[in-house]
Design a protein around this ligand. Structure first.
Ligand code: FES
Length: 271
């Protein structure tokens, strides 16, 4: 029995190097290098599928995708059936994040002369040849001013706190959320408590400076208090209230956070 699938792939070139990913062993075209992408799921548009696939596989978000080409290929899925794939190729004009091998074997940035030597699935080869031909033998960058503006906007609107996954391994982490919804950076700290994570502005009520200095731990040795390393004020993690020190009775400003994937996201505004 055979199946026909619709799939998408994205073309992103930066400084003459094309982003490519390596297929896993055990599927169709195992170990080959391809333009990253994947199957369009039911109910998805091709553009939505491209965003989902790049997020799942590369931990990056393609922005401003525009149709570039299409192709077809068929191959055997080991132990299963022959499948026919119609592939839609998109030119990606902006990128959010730094691609990594999150759900693929590997990623690499290839100049045209290197990409020409790689083993690729059949539908990718003519697209690579077209890209090189249009660039006079080299890959031409796909990013443009609009793509860069979209990337800036995505950073500003993304509420996920980079590095917040570390709260699983550590009880307190500091963060800087660039260009928040408030239009400015938010310097904060996340702390795990028996009642869930709490977040505060990393600004001491005694003086408007961060609690941490020179990488000193945010928590006291017994883990019961957040410590301001400037003059030793102690704060209870659950409510941010200062219980000892020069600002006793004052509190850290709370921030609203919600779970987001493996970490936390800023909800905007103070709690
Ligand atoms: S700045 Fe925090 S105790 Fe003085």
């Amino acid at each position: 029995m055979s199946a026909t699938l619709l799939a998408v792939a994205g073309i992103f070139v930066r400084e003459g190097r094309l982003l490519m990913s390596r297929r896993p062993e055990g599927g169709t075209w195992p170990g080959l290098w391809e333009l990253p992408g994947g199957k369009v799921e039911d109910g998805e548009t091709p553009e939505e599928a491209l965003v989902r696939e790049w997020h799942e596989e590369l931990d990056a978000i393609p922005l401003g995708a525009v149709p570039f080409d299409f192709g077809t290929e068929s191959g055997l899925v080991p132990g299963r059936s022959r499948r026919h794939v119609t592939l839609l190729f998109f030119r990606v004009r902006g990128l959010r994040g730094t691609p990594s091998a999150k759900g693929v074997e590997a990623v690499r940035w290839c100049p045209a002369d290197e990409a020409r030597l790689l083993a690729t699935p059949p539908a990718d080869a003519p697209v690579l040849a077209r890209l090189a031909a249009e660039g006079g033998g080299a890959f031409r960058d796909t990013g443009d001013a609009e793509g860069r503006a979209l990337a800036r906007e995505a950073v500003e609107n993304d509420s996920f706190i980079e590095g917040s996954e570390a709260l699983r391994a550590r009880r307190a982490v500091t963060f800087v959320k660039r260009g928040s919804a408030e239009g400015r950076d938010v310097r904060g700290l996340l702390v795990a408590t028996p009642h869930g994570a709490r977040a505060y502005r990393n600004v001491c009520p005694h003086a408007p400076i961060p609690l941490d200095r020179d990488g000193e731990p945010l928590l006291s040795a017994d883990g019961r208090f957040l410590v301001c390393r400037n003059h030793g004020a102690l704060f209870t993690p659950e409510d941010g209230r200062c219980v000892a020190g020069p600002c006793e009775g004052d509190s850290l400003a709370s921030l609203r956070v919600v779970r987001s994937g493996a970490g936390w996201a800023l909800e905007g505004g103070e709690a």
